[in-house]
Design a protein around this ligand. Structure first.
Ligand code: SF4
Length: 204
């Protein structure tokens, strides 16, 4: 089966399984908070991020306040998540950048924000600006390999591979749905293959 054909079946099966998949990070509809939450989500679950951000926003309700925050206090608020010291530095710098320049709807501009890579930029492009976006997080990376959609391991290359075979109008929801499937079924250590709706077309 050609990769494009398999991708089409996967898109349609995932639609049936997770019609309402969505970004799990909470950001109260404030775009800059989504940037901060996504920076915090590196190598950390969204649930863990959602547990620390309410306190963060309570103390630093605007990017202006966060950008002039005392770093040790921000670290204290983030200490239950991985890499919290680096993340504290990045979100304070990112807040300063966003306060000054705002958010632009282009990947090239978004990756200029401290701590923002293509993953975060794509989350923002899809979620805030409603443009087609493929977000390659740990789940998308793993499932793209298992499902034979990409042989690459570099997230940027996987993104390009997926963009070639996933129609633009499907890309953002495809990312959400693949992430959900990775969390619920195609888990990193013990994928639940016998219960997986994709098992008949999955090369793994
Ligand atoms: S069949 Fe197994 S490896 Fe393939 S997508 Fe499903 S859970 Fe993952």
């Amino acid at each position: 089966m050609k990769k494009e054909e398999r991708a089409g079946i996967i898109i349609s099966e995932l639609k049936k399984l997770y019609p309402h998949a969505e970004c799990m990070l909470k950001y109260s509809g404030i775009p800059e908070r989504l940037v901060v939450a996504t920076i915090l989500s590196a190598q950390t679950t969204d649930a863990a991020v959602n547990r620390v951000t309410p306190q963060l926003w309570k103390r630093y309700s605007t990017m202006e306040k966060l950008s002039s925050a005392d770093l040790s206090h921000v670290e204290e608020l983030l200490k239950t998540i991985g890499l919290f010291r680096n993340k504290a530095k990045f979100i304070v710098k990112a807040a300063g950048y966003m306060r000054e320049f705002g958010l632009q709807d282009s990947i090239d501009e978004l990756v200029k924000i401290p701590g923002v890579g293509r993953k975060t930029a794509n989350v923002v492009i899809g979620e805030i600006f409603g443009k087609p976006a493929i977000t390659v997080d740990t789940h998308v990376k793993r499932l793209s390999g298992r499902l034979g959609l990409s042989t690459n391991t570099d997230p940027g290359k996987i993104e390009l591979d997926l963009k070639k075979i996933i129609p633009e109008q499907e890309q953002t929801m495809f990312s959400h749905r693949l992430i959900t499937h990775g969390r619920q079924v195609c888990k990193a250590l013990k994928p639940l293959c016998s219960a997986c709706a994709l098992r008949n077309i999955c090369p793994s």
